[in-house]
Design a binder for this molecule. Sequence first.
Ligand code: G16
Length: 542
Amino acid sequence: MSDILVEAVKGAAAHPRPEGIKFAYGTAGFRDKATILDSVMYRMGLLAALRSKAKKATVAAMITASHNPEPDNGVKLVDPMGEMLEAAWEKHATDLANAKDEDIGSALQRIIDAVDIDISLPADVFVARDTRPSGPPLTQALLDGLKVMGSTFTDFGILTTPQLHYLVRCHNSKGAYGEPTEDGYYKKLAEAFLKLREGTKKKYVPDVILDGANGVGALKTRKLQAHLNDTLKITVCNDGSSGKLNEKCGADFVKVQQMPPAGMDIQPGQRCVSFDGDADRVVFFYLNKDGVFNLLDGDKISTLIAGYLGELVSASGLQLNIGVVQTAYANGSSTRYLEDVMKVPVSCAKTGVKHLHHKALEFDVGVYFEANGHGTVLFSDQAEQKIKAASQDDSLECSRREAATRLTLMMDLINQTVGDAISDFLVVETILSTRDWAADDWNMQYRDLPSRLLKIKVKDRTAVQTTDAERCATAPAGLQEAINKLVAKYQQGRSFVRPSGTEDVVRVFAEADTQANADVLAHEVSVQVYQLAGGVGDQPQP
Ligand code: G16
């Protein structure tokens, strides 16, 4: 065994693996109670160094548990162009996290052999964390892993997840994607935003209230604001000065509970925006004139963006295909609106941005969003070249050139590496302002079908298995048949179940013609999950 691997085993003594726990690299990396993650962090330091050697480029490690409660934490690795870790390496991550302390050397050797890594190559890793109090010691454990492997690193301290994705891409593209600093990120977004901004509007009001989930998004939005030259007033609530991270606030709370967060005093018609704990998800909401809560989620965001980009592409005269990628959680009305009214092709992917990202690459312009507000837009290299060329082509009609110029600015405003709450927020504000729409106008594009999302605790969530982009359960036996029977009872009924990749639960989704029916259907399906998949605790009550 090489000296480095011997040192890696020695180093593990300071970061012992807790007995009896099985770790898994899930939807968004490792997620668990922060108190049991020290060994995982050390090992992810080792793995990040190997990944960097394998890719001969800088990679990144983000320490966050995003939408999960504050006592949780986690880590996800980021590939050189800011993409999620390549799927094949997730198994290496899981194997390494579960190896006995004394077997770390051989676990590393297996990865080195499988991928054929030259261990003598240099490694470089960018590291950042969210605002969780457990972040600093866990970062230290990860850095210990990097040091043992002889990797150089930059610890950026507290950043949003998408900022770290942006930085690693800027660095590896030698600045072609932007300046590789936090300030460079604000400058790039703000410059594009200001250029896309138009004069005063009648209905669109440049005033928005932000629910920062008591996390990093609130801190970073304040920094961004300094670059916006008062073009947009952002009142930051839930900024972490009193409440707890994600507690009764944040994008996940607002989406799942379908109500405004605590800590916000809002008036009818005011546009509100909610980020999650690491600011990679965003949803909008408002109260209508009767005080009724209205949610503008990832589906509404993707239809808004796809519609606007589609218009720009037609106006530019460029031949580019636009497609939208959703998951099974997408509201049925949004899919119908996209396909039947907007005539945009829609693909369905498994939950997890990495799956959507992959599918979006099949289009020239791929708009992908999960209903929970996690998403972005990808422009293929060819589309990017065509758009840039058209924006500089003096022989083109002025209106076509202008449309292409707006598209280039939209490309700058969009963080193409991963879903980014700050960037998506500015994209939505830009489109609303251009269209001169209030939140109500946006919401009226189509009417959501009522839906309900529940979670059920079971002994082992892997007992539930699915196929067809998670729309059909293949295990436990009889579950899908039971769901089919229940769904058939309701007008426009639809339901599916899937094991969460970030929490120890099975998720149940249902939609139907009325909220009451969606609620009953979700409850009935939950009872089936509880009975057939080994529910723990009391049976779900309506
Ligand atoms: C993560 C993933 C998302 C996913 C969400 C919930 O979000 O990045 O793609 O939708 O978890 O996943 P699950 O239902 O498997 O628990 P975040 O914002 O927590 O990183």
